[in-house]
Design a protein around this ligand. Structure first.
Ligand code: TMP
Length: 207
């Protein structure tokens, strides 16, 4: 059903992913593809409104409610934007997607993995990325970078170090378990990271 290509970028906090999403989009566009860049939480109006709630430091959200809000935003985003773009043979680059719920709500918050998989399935209608790149960074450096970038930390970034370590370990475990996930270090210079990502996409015949 899906004709386009679907690439997701994931990362523990502070990996400079928006820069990489933009550089990758430029490269892929230059190769002649029709590219859209999007993100989660967000990507479409309703999901962007949920993003405000989810990242607001004033929000007190219980873990199950948090999981459901991310899933609700994903359902809206997938149906309103991602599915139509893929049907239209577009190349979709999405900052964060289903794996973020497994890493943050599953490994980070300790919620049941099967439940998360089910919700991800319901939210996406079974659509899966062709490839997920994890931009990896150690937690201490990542949080320092996140703080330097925004001057302040959002609700999730403000979680303690042990939460963020669980999230990062979760991402790395996911990469071990899935052949459609690749890990790239975020500690390299920006251009080098871009080259590594492009190389992976070429090796996998995605561009
Ligand atoms: P960011 O896009 O600026 O990194 O902010 C998104 C935050 O939301 C980030 O801390 C990761 C978190 N998140 C989840 O906890 N679960 C999810 O399913 C998604 C998409 C993001």
């Amino acid at each position: 059903m899906a004709e386009g290509k679907f690439i997701t970028l994931e990362w523990p906090e502070g990996s400079g992913k928006s820069t990489q999403a933009r550089l990758l989009a430029d490269y892929v566009r230059d190769c002649g593809y029709d590219v859209i860049c999007t993100r989660e939480p967000g990507g479409v109006s309703i999901a962007e409104q949920l993003r405000e709630i989810l990242l607001d430091n004033e929000s007190r959200i219980y873990p199950t409610a948090e999981l459901l809000l991310y899933a609700a935003g994903r359902a809206q985003h997938t149906q309103e934007k991602i599915m139509p773009a893929l049907k239209d043979s577009k190349f979709v680059i999405c900052e964060r997607f289903t794996h973020a719920s497994i890493a943050y709500q599953g490994y980070g918050r300790g919620l049941n993995r099967e439940l998360i998989n089910k919700l991800n399935y319901i939210a996406t209608g079974g659509i899966k990325p062709d490839l997920t790149i994890i931009l990896d960074i150690d937690v201490e450096t990542g949080l320092k970078r996140a703080k330097a970038a925004d001057g302040k930390l959002d609700r999730l970034e403000s979680e303690n170090i042990s939460f963020h370590k669980k999230v990062r370990d979760g991402y790395l475990k996911l990469a071990e378990e899935n052949t459609d996930i690749e890990v790239v270090s975020s500690l390299n210079p920006v251009e080098k990271i871009k080259e590594q990502i492009v190389k992976i996409l070429k090796r996998r015949d995605l561009i």
